[in-house]
Design a protein around this ligand. Sequence first.
Ligand code: HAM
Length: 430
Amino acid sequence: MQVQPLPGFRDFDPASYARRAHIQGVWREVARRYGFEEYDGPPLEPLELYTAKSGDEIVGQLYNFTDKGDRQVALRPEMTPTLARMVSARANGLKKPIRWFSIPQLFRYERQQRGRLREHFQFNCDLIGEAGPLADAEVIALAIDVMRAFGLGADAVRVRLSDRRVLTALLTGGGVPQELLQPAFQVIDKSERTPRAELASRLDAAGLSTQASDRVFEVAALKGIDAVRGALAAVPAGEDAGAPLLRTIAALEAQGLAEFVDLDLSIVRGLAYYTGTVFELFDAGRTLRAICGGGRYDDLLGSLGGVSLPAAGFGMGDVVLGELLSEQGLLPAGAGRLDVFVASITPEDEADALALAHELRDAGFSVEFAMAGQAVGKQLKLADARDARWAAVIGPDDRAKGEVVLKDLQGDGQRSVKRDAVAATIAAAR
Ligand code: HAM
């Protein structure tokens, strides 16, 4: 009987691990350029960390159970609550704004579909302790620069940007009662993928009048700066509500990144804790799910019982991103190649081959040798299969002369080299 991985869980063989390492390598490199420091937390957390603040959708997808000590626990479905707890517990000793990033593996019992698995790695970047719009622009710029570092331009990826403060002003100013904003947000969040009639009946059930319900759909359809400015001018305190968003856009413009950004009020985000800017990254052709999502969450740290600090950040998963990169031919082909394959002609050469292989490894080269006393031809076939750059062949005659035959497996030359010059010769040809 062969036991398969669970649905939605991945085995990473070396080729897929190489792709995963490439993606995570680019994430780390761009985070470094923005001065972010890496952190991590526990993969298993108390259940209540999520039930309190994340919202129903994610709570419905938890991998949770009672542990042997009778504790209610859950595998982490997202990183933000862990981060909020960590920072609020240490806040007094940390210089603000705090720039932290992490690449946790997360677990959600989701319905499997393209771009959604039950585990994924998620790049999280969060800037904590700064309430102004430059912080929002900073995390959005970081997300865009990750796309650019992978080779994805504004023709391939779009940032859809919105703001819950703007949505709140437009909805309440248009007759949606304050206490019905949450159901209105939930409907906007689903407005793209669920038929309007179904959403309208949800609003009706929540207690919204037909007029207020129409307003929800009207607001969700607003796109572009001019349309949003115009709508804000027509509601009380609209201009104040729109000011941070416009300053965020101006800061992205100043960095030459505004061409990636579309103002789009159908974005509101499913998680409950966002309080201001919200954004998602999508492939421009819109054939895939969101690559990245984030926003401002100024109340989460305080609500978890620690120091209250404003915060903004995002999470970017490896699944949709991996699909997009592979579609566009932007993923590396496979595992890195071997520097040297050491082959031996007779059993008597073996000890010398082992000594040379070890010396070359000590010198920092990646080295392999045949383990099964095969004919040289077979050993060289293995060297080819490993995509080795060089073969170092040791036989009785060369050994007597203190030499090794170095074969260039990428070209077709070969030459005899003094045994103690092998490492230097290979290094010089790198
Ligand atoms: P989220 O929108 O739930 O946000 O997830 C962020 C990204 O993670 C998504 O855009 C998607 O790329 C990826 N993702 C989520 N669920 C799955 C899944 N089941 N399979 C594959 N990929 C998935 C958050 O989690 C927030 N905590 C992000 C954040 C950080 N906000 C502020 N700071």
